[in-house]
Design a protein around this ligand. Structure first.
Ligand SMILES: [Ca+2]
Ligand SMILES: [Ca+2]
Length: 500
């Protein structure tokens, strides 16, 4: 169980290092520091945290940039120095020692892509940066990698001095902290070759690299991960699926398909989450529906990956956007019930090999329910999400309405989803020359590219999995394709005839 916090927003353990703070201004610094994190380690241990990801602690810009605050730490000033507002190297050593004593590993947030706005080096070492340019086309890798994200001076990691500087900083922080991993910020905005080189350096010192690839497409995220040689990636595909199903009207097939599309890499590749500092808090995403938010969290701890929770999950805060989604930890809002609930989710996962390490396959899917069987070694668990008002029976087992359940099926055989050949038919009349195709979320269905869709009538062979699809009309006269209206439809396995 991984816990993420921004140091300034967590707890002020040493007012002597505060500098200028203004608790009434959500864009100002608020005084949180490393001594504060150390002081609260027992609270984290109590809910089962074993890994603590700290937002950036290197020396940062501290003045606002226009109306935007600097408290988050992603505006790098000096990657070799510790931010003085967060404490001293002695206080950092104390945090490391006290975390070790509780079996908590640290993860360092590492910014290689850019420096702070108006950094002096832009004047003094212009050759260290890509020329100022905006990212206009977010699908163009050159723009993504060399553009100035939100106007931040973009480091040229092909410059030998820059690379040497960042590599020396990496070695220094690994030496100082002995982290379990480096969380690499903004991976999409750097060349995969550079990220791979930094990862190799970290790995040679026994440290993993985790990448932020802010993209909901499984294929894109896995392709970037492969090229950049990352040990793990943040699971934006599953994040969107959890949010859109538990909080929104998306079909539960979206959740099932997100897992099926990514099941060819080991589960621990994925760092799963329901919110972070760049997204709405889950309760806001769910428009205040606490049941939906809790269901998403319960699923987070029952599905594959390594679950990451964001500070404040202990009391389910609201916060739709920056800076509300990065508000101070409210230590007076902790409630015994929800702390015990989080601790029980973490314990259940820790004690079950199939929940923490198992493979998943869908065993039931309907409009209001989805169920998986998870297996590892000799152990099996069924995970059922029933968001509907009716109870569900699976292989004779009864599941109540509005529940997320982890069930030990003993020797009960699970229902199977079977793959096979599915034949598409349609009685739709199209103008001469127009063609109907099925396009969906897997290579067999053209990976959402109508040019590679399956012609109707036609057939395709599918695995024992769940697929999302739409129908698309390709026009003879060159007009853009017409997609079927409404949300995605879904197919469970293959076999038989599907009339469209
Ligand atoms: Ca302080
Ligand atoms: Ca860049």
């Amino acid at each position: 169980m991984i816990y993420f916090l921004l140091v300034d927003r967590f707890y002020n353990g040493n007012p002597a290092n505060d500098g200028a703070i203004d608790l009434a201004d959500p864009q100002a610094f608020h005084g949180g520091d490393l001594a504060g994190v150390t002081a609260k380690l027992d609270n984290l241990k109590e809910i089962g945290v074993d890994t603590l990801w700290l937002g950036p602690i290197t020396q940062m810009r501290t003045e606002k940039f226009f109306q935007w605050g600097a408290y988050h730490g992603y505006w790098l000033h000096d990657p070799m120095a510790l931010e003085p507002r967060f404490g001293t190297l002695e206080e950092l050593a104390t945090l490391r020692r006290e975390a070790d004593a509780r079996g908590i590993r640290l993860v360092l947030d590492t910014v290689y892509n850019h420096l702070a706005p108006d950094h002096g080096f832009v004047q003094h070492h212009p050759e260290w940066f890509h020329g100022p340019s905006k990212i206009v086309d977010w699908n163009d890798p050159a723009q993504l990698q060399q553009g100035w994200v939100h106007g931040l001076p973009d480091l040229d990691q092909d410059n030998r001095e820059v690379r040497g500087w960042l590599e020396a900083a990496t070695d220094l922080w690994i030496e100082r902290v002995g982290p379990a991993a480096l969380r690499l910020d903004a991976v999409r905005h750097m060349s995969p070759e550079f990220v791979r080189a930094m990862g190799a350096e970290a790995r040679s010192l026994g440290v993993e690299t985790w990448g932020e690839i802010f993209d909901g497409n499984v294929a894109t995220v896995l392709d970037t991960r492969e090229k950049a040689g990352l040990d793990a990636v943040f699971d934006y595909p599953l994040y969107y699926a959890l949010k859109d199903t538990a909080c929104g009207d998306a079909p539960l097939a979206q959740l099932a398909a997100a897992l099926d599309r990514s099941d060819h890499v080991p589960g621990h590749t994925w760092l799963t989450f329901v919110d972070n500092h760049d997204t709405p808090r889950i309760l806001s995403a769910c428009n205040g529906d606490a049941w939906g938010a809790e269901a998403a969290i319960a699923l987070l701890f029952a599905l594959r990956g390594r679950p990451v929770i964001t500070w404040g999950t202990e009391y389910l805060p609201l916060g739709a956007e920056e800076p509300d989604n990065r508000a101070d930890m409210r230590w007076d809002s902790l409630g015994v019930d929800r702390l015990a609930w989080l601790a029980s989710l973490a314990r259940q996962r820790r004690e079950s090999p199939s929940l923490s390490h198992g493979d998943s396959r869908v065993i039931a899917l309907g409009e209001h329910h989805v169920a998986w069987e998870r297996t590892h070694g000799g152990e099996r668990r069924w995970v059922l999400y029933n968001e509907g008002a009716e109870s569900i029976d699976i292989a004779g087992v009864h599941f109540d309405p509005r529940t997320v359940t982890v069930y030990d099926p003993g020797t009960l055989p699970a229902p199977r989803v079977h793959g096979g050949t599915v034949r598409f038919k349609s009685s739709k009349k199209l103008p001469p020359g127009d063609r109907l195709v099925v396009v969906g979320d897997a290579p067999e269905l053209g990976s959402w590219d109508p040019a590679h869709g399956v012609p109707v009538p036609g057939k395709v062979t599918l695995e024992d999995e769940v697929y999302l699809y739409k129908t698309v009309v390709l026009h003879a006269d060159g007009r853009p394709p017409t997609w079927s209206e409404g949300g995605n439809r879904w197919i469970v396995g293959g076999g038989g005839v599907l009339r469209l």
